[in-house]
Design a protein around this ligand. Structure first.
Ligand SMILES: Cc1ncc(C[n+]2csc(CCOP(=O)(O)OP(=O)(O)O)c2C)c(N)n1
Ligand SMILES: CC(=O)[C@@H](O)[C@H](O)COP(=O)(O)O
Ligand SMILES: [Mg+2]
Length: 646
């Protein structure tokens, strides 16, 4: 092997690391870091988190017998170096690209991904489940389960539920707390402050104390410990932490970028014979080794393509403001007029636009950390006292707080307003982040008002409407990405509840859209008109209450009624069909075709390609209409729309 050949080239699988010296592993880490920077500069994705766990990734795979030992990455957004070392290096530049590797861990992608993730704080629960399964099955007791969870993800209830359970059990489990003192934004809350105090305020054990401590717990490893302790003694302190109170054996904090510290500690944890869970507290830096990411860890959490030398990220040509920005603008306008309005985010101030709301109203903005369940009930509590909370959560993450939406908000009919961002498919984050279920899970709740603006202008109105609804809960959804560039007023106007609008009158086909697919419907209507089929297009605006007058009029006056939405079956179209069935409208022979996201997972891709795959484009609407009418389209084929496939 010529001396200039990167060591990384000798690594296809983790087993290839296991004969390397600590020095060689440190070199692999450096090469891996350069490769991750280079890769993400081309693919975009989650950079800072990956750079922070480079040494940890190399050390874990060098010490543990993955994939027989199970390694679970919480969230999975930091797993690019793990993917590179586990047989996927040849495809690493396909990360998040159409047909390429997922940006998260995924069971179907590799046996080295024993648990799929993308939503946070699940790793300890899943790891404990695997540990208990190992014990129940009588598998090799030395089979290790390792969960790596970040400090931000440690703020979620699930993590505590899992620790509470694990701490009372005898199953062997290793939890590595990767503490980089960052979530996407700076971390919040008492736990984060506690971790900082833990790192900074405790005295280090000396060699004798360390050996005694390790001997008590890890008798077999004492000899090795004593030999190596000098190297890492200063990095270890134990005793009296919250984790110990919860039943974990706490080790740390140690420097997560120092291979000479990581390797002996991990080996000790691997070789000990005691049962019960262990928590290794590792201190890392988000963005480590790449200056722009070290300096602005929030801006380099998730990146677009960037120039490696300057760190400058690719910018889309100036275009219309995003729905998120318009939401923030609309909410600020409402809050200027009503001092009771407050905003709640669960660790996503930038993503939800609440960073700008927070600048204007710092005392009326609450970042509760990754804690969607708490965010919802916290807002419910405020609502009982006459405060008017807007809870801005991505549709996909609101799933985490669903019982709270049902039990704490809807059943008590409290006026909490849910701003569900990232509704519909979301592009490169893929199906774990798709917000395609909320119309089902919000639309079924008694008393809940559910709105979906068709463009950013209507979003302003919807925010004003939600602010005005003060006797029951309300929810509105809007997509990731930019609006249409419409002129916006200073403040939205309050809409009449349950009233849609007709955009264009026709007589044969009617398309009733909920959300921005309205614009696809308008294009389809042009195409259908050009073919001689007079088409009505209507904007439903509300899924709940339904505009039953509008539905009645469409059903009575058209041969075909198509509904379209960015949601799976069970949402808007189902509600329309239900109404038509119970009201007898269906008995009149109208052909109804609900167009929805099909009943399968749509993988990461460009938003445009995802729309095509879902069958929700103007072309699909035309095909659906023609098929319903029994007319072959120009190509002679029948519909490929989701109405047919779903
Ligand atoms: C349930 C849930 N809520 C919110 C998010 C969005 N999210 C992804 S990563 C992240 C920050 C995680 O911080 P941490 O665990 O410390 O990892 P780091 O990025 O610092 O490596 C957040 C809020 C998510 N993935 N899942
Ligand atoms: C890992 C994670 O859950 C977030 O970082 C998410 O990828 C952000 O998505 P947006 O880019 O849509 O804000
Ligand atoms: Mg963190």
């Amino acid at each position: 092997m010529p001396p200039h050949t990167p060591l990384l080239d000798r690594v296809t699988y983790p087993a290839d690391l296991r004969n390397f010296s600590a020095e060689q592993l440190a070199q692999v880490a450096e090469e891996l870091r350069a490769e991750v920077v280079d890769t993400v500069s081309v693919t975009g994705g989650h950079l800072g988190s990956a750079l922070g766990v480079i040494e940890l990734t190399v050390a874990i795979h060098a010490v543990f017998d993955t994939p027989n030992d199970r390694l679970i990455w919480d969230v999975g957004h930091q797993a690019y170096p793990h993917k590179t070392l586990t047989g996927r290096r040849d495809r690493i530049r396909t990360l998040r690209q159409p047909g390429g590797l997922s940006g998260f861990t995924r069971r179907s992608e590799s046996e080295y991904d024993p648990f799929g993730a993308a939503h946070s704080s699940t790793s300890i629960s899943a790891g404990l489940g695997m540990a208990v399964a190992r014990d129940l099955k009588g598998d090799d007791p030395d089979k290790q389960i390792i969960c790596v969870i970040g400090d931000g993800s440690m703020s979620a209830g699930m993590a505590y539920e899992a620790m509470n359970n694990a701490g009372s059990m005898k199953s062997r489990l290793i939890v590595i707390l990767n503490d980089n003192d960052m979530s996407i934004a700076p971390p919040v809350g008492a736990m984060s402050a506690y971790l900082s105090r833990l790192i900074s305020s405790r005295s280090f054990l000396n060699l004798r104390d360390l050996a005694a401590k390790m001997a008590k717990r890890f008798p077999r490893s004492i000899e090795r410990t004593a030999k190596r302790a000098e190297e890492y003694a200063r990095g270890i302190l134990t005793g009296g932490t919250l984790f110990e109170e919860l039943g974990f054996y706490y080790v740390g904090p140690i420097d997560g970028h120092n291979m000479d510290h990581l390797l002996p500690v991990l080996r000790n944890l691997r070789d000990h014979e005691e049962g019960g869970p262990v928590l290794l507290h590792v201190v890392t830096q988000k963005g480590k080794g790449y200056a722009p990411a070290e300096q602005s860890p929030d801006k380099y959490h998730g990146v677009t393509r960037f120039n490696v030398v300057t760190g400058e990220q690719g910018k889309a040509p100036p275009g219309p403001p995003s729905y998120t920005k318009v939401f923030a603008k609309a909410l600020i306008a409402e809050a200027e007029a009503d001092p009771r309005i407050v905003a709640v985010t669960a660790a996503m101030p930038t993503g939800t636009g609440l960073d700008s709301f927070g600048k204007r109203f710092p005392d009326r903005t609450f970042d509760v950390g990754i804690a969607e369940q708490h965010a919802v009930t916290f807002a419910a509590g405020m609502a009982t006292e006459g405060i008017k909370p807007f809870v801005a959560i991505y549709s996909t993450f609101l799933q985490r707080g669903y019982d709270q939406v049902v039990h704490d908000v809807a059943i008590q009919s409290l006026p909490v307003r849910f701003a569900m961002d990232r509704a519909g498919m979301v592009g490169a984050d893929g199906h774990t982040h798709a917000g395609v279920y909320d119309l089902c899970f919000m639309g079924c709740l008694p008393g809940m008002v559910v709105m979906a603006p068709s463009d950013e202008l209507e979003l302003m109105d919807v925010v004003a409407t939600a602010a005005a609804i003060d006797d029951r809960p309300s929810a509105f959804r809007y997509p990731r990405g930019d609006g249409f560039g419409l002129d916006l007023p200073a403040r939205g106007k309050v809409l009449e509840l349950g009233r849609g609008r007709v955009m264009r009158e026709g007589s044969k086909i009617a398309v009733l859209a909920l959300g921005p697919r309205l614009y696809e419907a308008m294009k389809a209507a042009d195409e259908l008109a050009a073919r001689g089929f007079s088409t009505t297009v209507a904007d439903a605006r509300f899924m709940k209450p339904l505009d039953t007058d509008l539905i009645t009029q469409l059903a009575r006056n058209h041969e075909v009624v198509i509904t379209i939405e960015d949601n799976v079956s069970g949402g808007f179209g189902s509600a329309v069909l239900h109404y038509m069935a119970v009201s007898g409208l269906l008995d009149r022979g109208v052909k109804v075709r609900p167009m929805v996201i099909p009943d399968r997972l749509i993988d990461h891709n460009t938003p445009a390609a995802q729309s095509i795959e879902a069958g929700l484009t103007a072309k699909d609407i035309v095909a659906t209409a023609l098929t319903a009418l029994g007319v072959a389209d120009a190509s002679g084929s029948t519909s490929s729309g989701s109405a047919v496939r779903a």
